[in-house]
Write a protein that binds this ligand. Structure first.
Ligand SMILES: [Zn+2]
Ligand SMILES: [Zn+2]
Length: 170
């Protein structure tokens, strides 16, 4: 059994949920994907393979897995939710322009951090993802061109020293 699937099944057992064929299909889908799907995307993809599956079953199962800490909801406003199905500690590189989310694995001193957090606050960490929000390689240039195009009727402003300091590294 794949480790991801193991985590979902263990979490389901913890909540005393039966692994019905539908729940098994949802868990298998989450274990297989390396994307960060939206709830609707999970439902739409599963519906093609399992026409009998209902949206409520999919959404409730996703919600329960997220309450158990097996998957993590990434929220970008009301209609813009994605699930992170990767249980390993990692960084999410989130592009603000194309909304692509990619995983970046690096060693960071997580055990020391979560140990301190537990000792100081009693908070038990279930999963750790750090979101880095910005612009992907493909979007960096396009974004600047788009911003300039929006203001093409305007004359360029004199850039003040403080503006330059805050945007200099982008
Ligand atoms: Zn992008
Ligand atoms: Zn991720």
């Amino acid at each position: 059994m794949k480790p991801k699937l193991d985590i979902y099944y263990n979490a389901s057992r913890q909540a005393r949920l039966r692994i019905t064929p539908q729940r098994a299909a949802i868990c298998a889908y989450l274990a297989d994907t390396d994307q960060h799907p939206s709830p609707y995307q999970v439902f739409a993809d599963l519906k093609r393979l399992h026409p009998e599956i209902s949206r409520a079953t999919v959404y409730n199962t996703l919600n329960t897995l997220q309450q158990l800490g097996a998957i993590v909801e990434l929220s970008f406003g009301a209609d813009h939710t994605h699930y992170d199905t990767n249980p390993e500690p990692h960084l999410n590189l989130i592009c603000l322009r194309c909304h692509q989310i990619s995983d970046y694995h690096t060693n960071f001193p997580l055990d020391a951090l979560t140990g301190t957090v537990l000792a100081e606050t009693g908070f038990l960490t279930a999963a750790a993802k750090i979101d880095l929000v910005g612009f992907c390689a493909g979007c960096r240039q396009k974004r600047l061109a788009e911003i300039r195009a929006q203001y093409q009727d305007e004359k360029p402003q004199n850039v003040t020293h403080s503006d330059r300091a805050s945007y200099g590294s982008v």
